[in-house]
Ligand binder design. Structure first.
Ligand code: 1AL
Ligand code: ZN
Ligand code: ZN
Length: 564
């Protein structure tokens, strides 16, 4: 109030100058208006400049952005934990991730001393391990998406800590046996995969003697080939014999890519059981239809070919991988012997052969039907022994789902039901839950599930938490137990057909990172499917192993920044 009167008084005193000052005021007002107008027109421009600076700064260091590929909106961050599985042992410390790659790994002591930029995500006591690489999964896309499909299959994989899977060439329609059909796989995967996905091509009688067709398939990016030595259950994926396999290997040798083989040969005498009066609901009936001698016969035949893969042999450079070994007796002995002699050969088994035994499979419970079959408890123990001693190299899921109808869950006919176990989301907790009883370590889990699978598939920048590698990481709690019941978030398309349903497991997956993107955390997936297709590229006779390229990132705008 006081100032108001004071102003009036002042104005009256300086009245004589009023005209002059009014003119000056007018000029001043005009210039203020001009200034103001200029400021407002500059405002949007300045805002834009400021936000660009903000984005520039924070992209590099840490900050928020709209990235639908990841639940963690940072390009540069540190994952810390007391238990990080690295090729140099388990450390307490931190993994630095930038642009989708691991850029440094530091021990706790050095980490505390270090001055750093970037966000810190502290996982406390949870285990930080390389993401799992599943070299044996059937996602049935395109063509049989009612069985699984890329979206549900890769969501399940992400929820299980699997960061890369290699899709089998059969059960999808058409089967992946040519460049054209590989293109269909790629098209089906576009914007529909939540983790990285590579593709095995199929070796079938139709292409086995056609070297240029096989070369075209490999040149188009198939990471290797897969064939069956018995009927596959899919009419358009016929079985191969050792002549086909030899031909396939000779082409693969040039590319240094593997041949994966389903090693069972149907022996006539065993088929009689299927025609007899035996109870088809009884698991023991099914077990008799596929005895260990089938695996043994196939492996003997394979080894007559793989002897040529030894150094100096005519097939040097070729490699054979026996998928899903179940027989831990003679078949395994033969494989050990061949390895000792220098055959280029690796062997895989699956969690279901290590978790279950024939004795516990109830009559009619066709969820457990797979080929080769799950054998007795003594066989299971021998498989564990072989795995721990290094005679079995790799674990793979052989996730081979179908619909509940084709699994004949109500009928329970083991002879007619679809053969295949559904497991993709559970392979880590299953390996751990059953493995810990055998003294398995996290490092062994990482060797079987990440390091060696990466080598088999030729994925040079995956398979270990190491500087320069893709930040493909699983964070999990080995001590946490959970029930696989109706309350558990299961992402495979048909949970009811999974043999693991109803089990209590330990080893809960907390978070999964694929090339730096947090694709899964605590039951949720990133909104967009930003996994990349993996295609092999290698020059003929280049001498090195396969190089990996990730096809042009689909989400170029975002994943370009976030490690696409
Ligand atoms: N067609 C299949 O997917 N077969 C699979 N089925 C199993 N293993 O029971 C396989 O890998 O052989
Ligand atoms: Zn198979
Ligand atoms: Zn399979």
């Amino acid at each position: 109030m006081g100032s108001f009167f004071h102003n009036i008084r002042t104005e009256s005193i300086i009245d004589k100058n009023r005209v002059i000052s009014q003119a000056a005021e007018k000029r001043e007002r005009k210039s203020r208006e001009m200034e103001c107008r200029l400021q407002w027109s500059l405002f949007p421009m300045l805002t834009l400049m400021a936000s660009s600076l903000f984005l520039f700064y924070f992209n590099d260091s840490s900050e928020l952005s709209l990235n639908k590929c990841s639940l963690l909106p940072y390009n540069h961050y540190w994952l810390t934990s007391k238990r990080i599985v690295t090729p140099r042992g388990v450390i307490s410390g931190s993994v630095e991730v930038k642009g989708g790659n691991v850029v440094s790994i530091v021990n706790e002591g050095d980490w505390l001393k270090k001055s750093r930029t970037g966000q810190v995500v502290d996982y406390g006591e949870a285990v930080i391990m390389p993401g799992l690489i599943d070299v044996h999964a059937h996602l049935d896309d395109p063509g049989r998406t009612e069985w699984e499909g890329y979206p549900s299959g890769t969501k399940a994989a992400a929820a299980g800590g699997v960061t890369t899977l290699i899709d089998m060439p059969l059960n999808s329609y058409p089967t992946t046996i040519s460049t054209e059909t590989l293109k269909l796989k790629l098209a089906a995967a576009e914007n529909r995969i939540y983790i990285d996905v590579g593709f095995w091509g199929g070796l079938v009688p139709e292409n086995a003697f056609n070297a240029s067709a096989l070369e075209a398939l490999l040149s188009a990016g198939a990471l290797g080939l897969k064939s069956f030595m018995c009927p596959s259950g899919i009419d358009d994926f016929p079985m191969t014999n050792s002549s086909h396999i030899k031909e396939g290997l000779s082409v693969l040798a040039k590319y240094k890519r593997p041949l994966l083989v389903h090693a069972e040969i149907q022996l006539d005498s065993q088929l009689d059981i299927e025609d007899s009066e035996a109870d088809a609901r009884s698991y023991s009936t099914y077990l008799k239809t596929r005895p260990p001698s089938w695996e043994e016969a196939a492996i003997r035949e394979l080894l007559s070919v793989t002897k040529d893969t030894r150094a100096g042999g005519p097939l040097e450079g070729a490699h054979l991988h026996v998928v899903h070994l179940s027989d831990a007796s003679t078949s395994l002995d033969l494989l050990k012997e061949a390895k000792n002699k220098g055959d280029s050969i690796t062997v895989e088994t699956c969690p279901h052969y290590l978790a279950f035994s024939a004795e516990e499979i109830q009559d009619g419970d066709t969820r457990f039907k797979c080929a080769p079959p799950i054998r007795d408890a003594a066989n299971k123990e021998k498989l564990w022994e072989a795995l721990l001693e290094g005679h079995i190299d790799i674990l793979g899921s052989d996730h081979s789902p179908t619909t509940p109808e084709l699994k004949l869950l109500n009928d329970g006919n083991f002879l007619k039901a679809w053969g295949g176990v559904s497991s993709l989301q559970f392979v880590l907790p299953v390996t751990w839950s059953y493995g810990r009883k055998h003294g398995v370590t996290w490092e062994q889990v990482a060797t079987w599930w990440s390091e060696r699978p990466a080598k088999l598939a030729g994925l040079d920048s995956k398979g270990a938490i190491a500087i320069g590698n893709h930040a493909d990481i699983v964070v999990w709690e080995p001590e946490t137990e959970f029930d696989l019941d109706d309350n558990y978030p299961i992402f495979i398309k048909h949970p009811s057909i999974s043999a693991y349903l109803g089990r209590r497991l330990s080893g809960k997956v907390v978070a999964t990172f694929v090339r730096g993107n947090l694709v899964f955390e605590k039951g949720n997936h990133a909104p967009d499917a930003c996994g990349a297709p993996i295609l092999a590229t290698s020059k003929l006779n280049s001498g090195g192993r396969i190089q990996e390229i990730l096809a042009k990132a689909w989400k170029s705008g975002l994943s370009g920044v976030f490690g696409g």
